[in-house]
Design a protein around this ligand. Structure first.
Ligand code: IPE
Ligand code: IPE
Ligand code: MG
Length: 260
């Protein structure tokens, strides 16, 4: 079958079906995280309402997930909605919640067929109940899948995540089941939403903004940062190729010095 624009992948994109030859498969990031920013600006620059940008943003995410899978990247984490995004106009927030629910329902079968394991991280308890049900269903159904680990940060805030972890740890200390001397980085990580998911190696932010916006504050301690001016709905395989090329040019020293 030939992919068309309609199926979300242009002819040029199809050429990038497999890992580009100039990338070293042994030095790919194991885990890529992405701050999908610029949906509103993408739409507004075309005279369209912001929500159209969010719809096109979903297509960009679907394409990136398939691309990671095709190119051999084992984990993708995407920032879909922050704890700060509740401050947007009610219509936009409502639209996003409905969009997440619809896309999840529509994509579940495809994710099963593609062996994707989906997981949501964030303060999920305060999302609309119907969205929570779809989330639970998708996580439960794909739990046994062995393909790409796809994590969606929804109602996610890095500071909130750290506070919740502290509270859970403090409760165990109060109950007498945990000795404070046993609190170390490994134990702390296990109390984050992302427990058992490795830290991202590469964090991509689209739309040119040079900030973290409360995303994965603990986990990005040693991630390589890549910011592109490309707006999220336009982030395609070529754009991802450029991000990976940049990543492979980095010298990840982790505070050490290279032996001469
Ligand atoms: C990112 O795009 C999507 C969400 C935060 C949900 P924006 O909606 O932030 O788009 P801009 O930054 O206003 O262009
Ligand atoms: C970050 O984008 C949140 C998501 C991509 C979900 P924002 O558009 O909300 O971030 P700011 O306002 O530029 O910091
Ligand atoms: Mg934005």
């Amino acid at each position: 079958m030939v992919d068309t624009e309609e199926s979300g992948m242009s002819a040029k994109q199809t050429l990038l079906r497999t890992l580009p030859a100039d990338l070293d498969p042994a030095r790919l990031p194991k885990h890529v995280a992405v701050i999908m920013d610029g949906n509103g600006r993408w739409a507004q620059s075309r005279g369209l309402p912001r929500i159209v940008g969010h719809q096109r943003g979903v297509d960009a995410l679907k394409n990136l997930l398939r691309c990671c899978d095709d190119w051999g990247i084992g984990a993708l984490t995407a920032y879909a909605f922050s704890t700060e995004n509740w401050g947007r106009p009610l219509e936009e927030v409502d639209f996003l919640m409905t969009l997440f629910e619809r896309v999840l329902r529509q994509q579940l079968r495809e994710m099963m067929a593609e062996n994707v394991r989906i997981r949501f991280v964030g303060h999920l308890e305060t999302l609309p109940p119907s969205l929570q049900s779809e989330i639970e269903r998708a996580m439960a159904e794909t739990q046994g899948n062995t393909g790409i680990q796809f994590t969606v940060a929804t109602n996610y805030g890095g500071r909130q995540e750290i506070v919740e972890a502290c509270r859970a740890i403090a409760q165990q200390v109060r109950q007498g089941s945990l000795d404070p001397d046993c609190i170390d980085q490994t134990l702390f990580s296990q109390h984050l939403y992302t427990a058992n998911l490795g830290d991202p190696d590469l964090l991509i932010r689209t739309s040119g903004e040079m900030r973290i916006s409360n995303f994965l504050l603990w986990q990005v301690a040693y991630a390589e940062l890549y910011v592109t001016e490309t707006l999220w709905p336009a982030f395609d395989r070529e754009a991802f190729h450029r991000a990976l090329t940049s990543y492979q040019q980095r010298d990840r020293r982790f505070g050490k010095v290279r032996p001469r």
